[in-house]
Design a protein around this ligand. Structure first.
Ligand code: ZN
Ligand code: ZN
Length: 88
């Protein structure tokens, strides 16, 4: 099991540190992403309801997954009418 690394800055997150999680991702409390639509920051109480997309990009380690397009619960609901699986 790898030590938890911040998905934003790639720094290690101490088990005792306050961290926010989003799916499989973890963030330092100072590194939490904000909503792409309204700009509010991911908060510990909200994290379960946030959604995001992941982009796989080549890196020096092979590949890494970069989360992007974070949506808070409010904005997610507002975009529910858009088909979530739609690709360009
Ligand atoms: Zn960080
Ligand atoms: Zn929002």
């Amino acid at each position: 099991m790898l030590l938890t690394a911040c998905a934003s800055c790639s720094g290690r997150i101490s088990p005792t540190a306050e961290a926010a999680t989003l799916g499989d991702l973890s963030f330092h409390s100072a590194c939490v992403p904000s909503c792409d639509e309204c700009g509010q920051s991911l908060g510990p109480a909200l994290e379960q309801n946030w959604t995001y997309q992941v982009m796989v990009v080549p890196s020096v380690y092979g590949y890494e997954c970069l989360p992007f397009h974070h949506l808070c619960p409010d904005c997610r609901e507002a975009t529910m009418t858009i088909e979530p699986g739609a690709q360009d």
